[in-house]
Design a protein. Sequence first.
Length: 244
Amino acid sequence: MEWFATSILLFASELPRASASSPRVQVTTEGIPAMPESSVQALMQLAQEFEDLANTCLLVLHLEVRVQCFHYLLPRVNNYNRLVVGGDSQEPDPKVLELSRVLISIDEAMNSSLQPRKSKYIFEGLGHLIAKILISSAQYIDQIDERGIQKMCRNIFALQQTLTNITMAREIALDHARHYFELFYLAPEEILSRVMEKGPQFSELEYMNAFQLVHRSQPDPDYGAINTHLSRLSDILGEVGITV
């Protein structure tokens, strides 16, 4: 559509204009009738409308890719527990594999019809969005164990490989998501010590979700300890300053 809009604009700009003072049909030396200014302007307006439509279509593709990420990665009410325990499978989650296939198919379709800069626009920043979706999913997980952590890390690695092959750049945001799930290998005291030593790597809400998931995953949760850890977290973040 952008090509069509450009062609119309070029055609309209090269048309001979009729003189407003002459009522007779004017013909140029090339044999092309001179066009009234109103007709030329109508063609230019049509070209602009096609260009706007092309930009809208590109925006829709940009949004569609992100909607697919939400569709496949957001936990649903009836399958929250699917993220809990990794089991014995060494494969990523089926939903993750399906999302990877969807992204690859979209990329292949776009490569055959769009300029590289437009394909880049469609996928740019997608790693950051996926990382945020995965990190936020911690609040919906009932429990997690070591195999569950490994499962989430495999999911992240699979998506990172897919996006890297598409964008030809390492998706550092997904490293951030992997580091978040690696927090669940640690005890609450170890997480607090790491925040004090290295500063916060995540937002306060993300740390709170991590503490609550660690607490839920314990065989005999201490309901008083979670409040203590959250209070200490708030104090530490207040002292070091939240930079995330």
